[in-house]
Design a protein around this ligand. Structure first.
Ligand code: 5GP
Length: 213
């Protein structure tokens, strides 16, 4: 239900970027600031980074468990990213949509493509760009959560990921976090107001037209 108490059609907000461009912090803040927006917690075969908690950042599973989930059709989408598997579990997403919430996905372009193909009218795709490749490298090093070889691999793949920005609806440059966050929040707010996501407004229009002064 929306703030007005009227039924809305929930949207799927897909946020992608090369690793280190800030999409995870932006996504988590957007979800924290909006009670109507549920964050999809992915399953992954990647080992936890220091500070990551199972069930919060990710559901950390081993490869046989992940492949079992694939075989049982439990993912809305899944993909190989940076030598590991990542997937969006279907059940919590459907439950969130049925309870009238929107769902935010912090996923790579392969996953965003799959969801956009399955539900084109309900998806909004946002790509976060770093202001420069040097800045991206600085952020990956500053994060200091990955080994140097892992960082180099992520940087090498960033070029291919940035090319995918052309398929997204919105592109936000994360030079200043607060500014980028405001941009993301504006996109989300405007997309929520689309007429097609608010079918109840048709009834309101009819009611207004029938109201004689
Ligand atoms: P990281 O290992 O840095 O947390 O994530 C690596 C990449 O995998 C990021 O681009 C992240 O958005 C993406 N990712 C995380 N979860 C999923 C998912 O469920 N599906 C897909 N396709 N990509 C994901």
């Amino acid at each position: 239900m929306s703030e007005t108490g009227n039924r809305r059609r929930g949207l799927l907000l897909l946020v992608s970027s090369p690793s280190g461009a800030g999409k995870t912090s932006l996504s988590r803040r957007l979800a924290a600031d909006h009670a109507d927006l549920a964050l999809s917690v992915s399953a992954t075969t990647r080992p936890p980074r220091p500070g990551e908690v199972g069930g919060r950042e990710y559901r950390f599973v081993d490869r046989p468990a992940f492949d079992g989930m694939v075989a049982r059709g439990e993912f809305l989408e899944w993909a190989d990213v940076h030598d590991h598997r990542y997937g969006s579990p279907r059940a919590p997403i459907m439950a969130a949509l049925e309870s009238g919430k929107d769902v935010l996905f912090d996923i790579d372009w392969q996953g965003a493509d799959q969801i956009a193909a399955a539900a084109p009218d309900d998806t909004v795709r946002v790509f976060i760009l770093p202001p420069s490749m040097a800045d991206l490298a600085r952020r990956l090093h500053a994060r200091a959560q990955d080994r140097e070889a892992v960082i180099q691999g992520r940087l090498a793949r960033a070029y291919g990921e940035i090319e995918q920005a052309a398929n997204y609806d919105y592109v936000i440059v994360n030079e200043d976090f607060d500014r980028a966050y405001a941009d993301l929040a504006h996109v989300y707010h405007a997309e929520r107001l689309r007429r097609a996501r608010n079918p109840w407004t048709e009834d309101l229009v009819q009611t207004l037209l029938a109201e004689k002064l």
